[in-house]
Design a protein around this ligand. Structure first.
Ligand code: HSE
Length: 308
């Protein structure tokens, strides 16, 4: 194989109560990487489309290529590669844009090299891409983008990730209001101390959410999508967050929350029709307030990144 094209999906990190430990992949949007082998002995980033010139052109600074450089170093191969990155999702949006690029790059190079590493073994390289993008190597976007489905990061030291079952038919409504919140900033405003009462509420909800996914209990999933630690701080950065949540819940969303570090928000719904209805009412409300947005309705992506 000399060339390959890989699609890696957007992801919803945190899933409300699981800051840095839970995330799921959606079917769309996502990023594409096209990669060609060559004899230059170097990794070059030759095309970036869809970023309006805003992403780094230096291969060592762009997540799609930086992770590939580290990967090749690790497997000890001085392979020349040309990378084309097609950004097909908004960035600075809370939809895991930097992880989609990194994961697409890693899956592509791993395939071209004859798949010496498993998807799980690619995870630490993808996490380093997150460190480059936002200063912290969190795994709750890259793990679901690589593995698909809903992933629990049970531990960071040592790294232990668990792919959880996803109830059939579950759908996600995503809405990206056109305001930008860099992940670095959204992390810097979080309080470093948590009152024990809030911690008790939060771990009850994390356990409830995991139990809901494992048993297919949609009402339990909905009840557990409550974040008393991170969301109250970050919601202030998102226009009409609480109004959107009320509207979504009034229109049959099981639960509603911030996608990753925002400003995107998401609702889990019983099926795609319900998710469509939620995106319609929310985007209608924002448009009345003169705030533009993009919406996506998607099933949960069980496969993660794929060759296309
Ligand atoms: N867990 C990360 C955060 C996800 O909330 O900062 C960033 O998309």
């Amino acid at each position: 194989m000399k060339s390959i094209k890989v699609f890696a999906p957007a992801t919803v990190a945190n899933v409300s109560c699981g800051y840095d430990v839970l995330g799921f992949a959606v079917s769309q949007p996502g990023d594409e990487v096209v990669m060609h082998l060559n004899s230059s002995g170097k990794v070059s980033l030759d095309v970036i489309m869809g970023d309006e010139g805003r992403l780094p052109r230096d291969p060592a600074q762009n997540t799609a290529s930086a992770v590939v450089i580290n990967y090749l170093k690790h497997i000890g191969v001085a392979q020349g590669l040309s990378i084309e990155l097609y950004k097909k999702m908004p960035f600075g949006s809370g939809l895991g844009s930097s992880s989609a690029s990194a994961v697409a790059g890693l899956v592509a190079v791993n395939e071209l090299m004859g798949r010496p590493l498993t998807r799980e073994q690619l995870l630490p390289f993808a996490m380093e891409g997150e460190r480059l993008a936002c200063g912290y190597a969190h795994a709750d976007n890259v793990a679901p983008a690589l593995l698909g489905g809903l992933v629990l990061v049970r531990s960071y030291h040592p790294l232990d990730v668990v792919k959880l079952p996803v109830p059939e038919g579950l759908a996600c409504a995503l809405l990206y209001p056109h305001v930008e919140i860099p992940t670095k900033e959204a992390r810097s405003i979080i309080k470093s101390q948590v009152p024990i009462e809030d911690a008790v509420t939060q771990w009850g909800n994390v356990a409830g959410l995991v139990a809901g996914f494992c048993t297919g209990n949609l009402d339990l999933i909905g009840r557990s999508m409550q974040d008393v630690i991170i969301e109250p701080v970050r919601a202030m950065l998102i226009p009409y967050f609480y109004e959107m949540r009320q509207l979504a819940l009034d229109h049959q969303a099981l639960g509603f929350g911030i996608s990753g570090s925002g400003p995107s928000v998401f609702a889990l719904c019983r099926n795609e029709d319900a998710a469509k209805q939620v995106t319609q009412v929310l985007s209608g409300m924002l448009s009345e307030k003169n705030i533009g947005c993009d919406t996506f309705v998607s099933s949960i992506n069980l496969e993660g990144a794929i060759m296309c």
